[in-house]
Design a protein around this ligand. Structure first.
Ligand SMILES: [Fe+2]
Length: 424
């Protein structure tokens, strides 16, 4: 019998992906091919008004698939909004699921399918230590994800993120069983996105790639009884993350500034797909762990292009606002990768920088892109002050799954210092 342990190997997991102009029109036949005849179609109120949902419904109808639409997805979902979606899924007794929207929609669809298929108290499936971290007991019905933003990569991962309202913290559910069966990535879906949404989701892509590329390598992870879904940087995730970094470096600003630059928006959609596959295997680390607290503790910030009825920090902004400070900290864990990443996103001066300057070089390259894309450059710009450092640190230290993926150990005091540096 072999004594091989997963630490010596890495796994390659991804859903089937159909990418390109017109992919959305394959929805009906794809769903039918997965054996479904009656599906729940999840979307949100803004996407529901777009031609995209009409196209999706037409395609389903044409293939003889009955679809019931749920358009009440909460942008930046909460435990309450997940449960509301789960009630809809339970009552409908669907044999399949379709999501048409951004990460919030796709994540909500994953959670609804889970709770409708294997009912349990909400915290049972939520990541430990906030929840019990229980694995779903079996496979879920087919889910075809149709992303309409160019960022989250949720269509390729088994992760569903939400705010736990009572705790004012973001966490989520992570299991390979949540990964959609098929992703239909149609870049034309992104052509009508406002510049602010392209910028926020583009920086989410950038951070997925940066964090996957600089994550603790798969063969240096702590031993656990089973292979974790986020297994650390590996040759497969490196391919996706490095290509995504170059694509974002070359196309992000073009895609933000000019909606008619379809070449740039196509490139960003492809980068999002590659980065999604990369982080779905490697996992993200400190910037995303911090983002959970940053988004969860929002005060009054609102951003154009997003719902205005309540304060909301878009996910990509909550990640990138403290990312330069986080990478300045993690750089000493693998300086050569931080330097290479800086070059890939346009930081030419990183070519001649020494390993001890890797953090600063990446901060400069990231900062230049943030300025050009006109996103809030630090936490101070989204409403935080030094008096929030303790609460932000508390909200982050519980994200153990992500923090343990960092290239160097990160403790409570380190996090407080990273937050303090990210304030201005
Ligand atoms: Fe993200």
């Amino acid at each position: 019998m072999s004594c091989a342990h997963w630490l010596a190997t890495f796994a390659i997991d991804a859903p089937r992906i159909v990418f390109g102009h017109g992919a959305l029109d394959e929805l009906g036949d794809s769903v039918r091919g997965l054996g479904c005849t009656r599906v729940a179609l999840f979307t949100d109120a803004s996407v529901a008004k777009l031609e995209l949902v009409v196209r999706a419904r037409k395609s389903l109808e044409g293939a003889g698939v009955d679809a019931a639409v749920y358009d009440a997805v909460h942008v930046e979902p909460t435990d309450a909004s997940f449960l509301d979606a789960a009630r809809f899924a339970t009552e409908g007794r669907f044999d399949g699921y379709v999501s048409v929207g951004g990460g919030s929609v796709i994540d909500t669809c994953k959670a609804a399918a889970l709770f409708a298929t294997y009912p349990a108290p909400f915290l049972d499936y939520v990541n430990a230590p906030v929840g019990e971290g229980r694995a779903p007991p079996g496979a879920l019905p087919p889910h075809v994800a149709c992303p309409t933003t160019c960022g989250t990569g949720s269509e390729t991962t088994g992760i569903a993120v939400c705010d736990i309202l009572a705790l004012k913290a973001k966490t989520g559910i992570a299991s390979a069983r949540l990964r959609p069966s098929l992703a239909l990535v149609d870049p034309t879906s992104t052509y009508t996105l406002p510049p602010e949404v392209v910028a926020a989701s583009g920086f989410d892509v950038l951070c997925h790639a940066l964090e996957s590329f600089t994550a603790k390598p798969f063969n240096r992870r702590e031993r656990t009884p089973v292979r974790p879904m986020s297994q650390g940087a590996n040759p497969w995730s490196d391919m996706g993350s490095t290509k995504a970094l170059s694509l974002v470096g070359q196309h992000l600003i073009r895609a933000v500034n000019d909606p008619s630059d379809h070449e740039a928006r196509d490139a960003l959609a492809w980068a999002a797909t590659l980065a999604g596959i990369a982080f779905g295997n490697a996992g993200v680390h400190v910037p995303h762990a911090m983002a959970y607290a940053v988004a969860g503790l929002v005060k009054t910030f609102r951003m154009n292009g997003y719902p205005q009825d309540e304060p909301l920090i878009p996910h990509g902004i909550s990640v990138v606002a403290s990312a330069p400070s986080a990478f300045a900290f993690t750089a000493s864990g693998c300086p050569e990768r931080h330097l290479a990443a800086a070059v890939m996103i346009g930081g030419d001066d990183a070519r001649s920088a020494s390993p001890k300057d890797a953090g600063d070089a990446l901060c400069r390259a990231l900062g230049a892109l943030m300025r050009e894309a006109r996103v809030p450059p630090h936490l101070g710009a989204i409403g935080y002050t030094m008096s929030d450092v303790t609460a932000l640190t508390k909200g982050t230290i519980v994200q153990k799954r992500l923090l343990s993926n960092a290239p160097r150990d990160v403790g409570e005091e380190d996090l407080a210092n990273i937050f303090a540096r990210a304030m201005s």
